[in-house]
Ligand binder design. Sequence first.
Ligand code: GCU
Length: 377
Amino acid sequence: MSNHFYKSPLLPDPLLGCEGEKILTAEQWQQIRRPEILELFHEHVYGRAPLQRPQYLRFITVDKGEGWMGGKAVRKKIDIGYEGPGGNGVIHLYLFVPAQAIRPVPTFLLICNREAENMDPDREVQSPFWPAEHIVSRGYAAAVFHVEDLDPDKHDGFKNGVHGIFDPPEVPRPKDAWGTLAAWAWGASRVMDYLETDPDIDDKSVALVGHSRGGKTALWCGAQDERFAMVVSNDSGCGGAAITRCKKGETINNINERFPHWFCENYKSFNGRENELPIDQHMLLSLIAPRLLYVASASEDTWADPDSEFLACTHAERVYNLLGLKGLETLDMPAPECPLHQGSIGYHLRTGKHDLTLFDWNCFMDYADRHMKEARL
Ligand code: GCU
């Protein structure tokens, strides 16, 4: 891994407003610059959701039982039903709450984008992708939902899922209309709507976790929805935590060709023109401030590009500093398995391939153990 100084591209400045004004105070950040940056990501990258909480949103506890995980957990299955002009849908939320813990408990919510077996609510399959037993044993509630409950991961002309349900019938579809990642992010916020109502859950201490396309989604959700106390991006790469200018591995052109449904139409106009984007991904990360941000990379994941993921964290740090918080506190990529857990931005590089492993989860929880309680006060 290289020291980023030798390859740092010229990046848009998160602390320079659209009118050319310098952002010098926390108030200017919150009032002026944060909304500007959010708007730029809506317009050019992820697209705009036509609504936040829908008028019809129902939470139904379909099952609640003790005695799970050898008596260590209570399992809840919650159906989060939503309805719009074009039909209705359901997010199936699975939740394991530690039985002995003092309530309300801090929670890890995973956006699952892998095969549904990875989140088996009956725990016959215990995948490291969602190590619910392990999360519970460390005193956190483990929550998960699947992205397909919001929108299928294929280019269907935005007919199915939440697009078909909520989109106004405008033809042609606006170039800043929400893509699939924004649809999934919308779903994570609806899960938060439920978590706020559950007395077992400390809704001020919820960490949102996503891997890869799920990591891009976690960042976009956390950027908009300030109810999440911590946002974790694992191996999210292009359109996630990685700076796109001078990025190795996947480019904007690659991602838009293979996944034309993920982003808004406007993003395609930046194929091969990364330098013309008014933003870069360090600015997405900066929108998480002052909340906790955690970025993880894997050494063999050259498609996502660990250097560019780390670089984005170092550049998001200026916003954390403006808000009186520490970021990574170094410009040097750490060695594998040597997490940086000092400040309000956490980072680790793991040896190995593109994946979400128990090592990654343990790092997220070590970091949350250290910072989530103090951040809440
Ligand atoms: C593809 C895609 C990436 C994405 C990854 C994943 O490799 O190009 O952008 O992050 O799938 O979701 O696993």
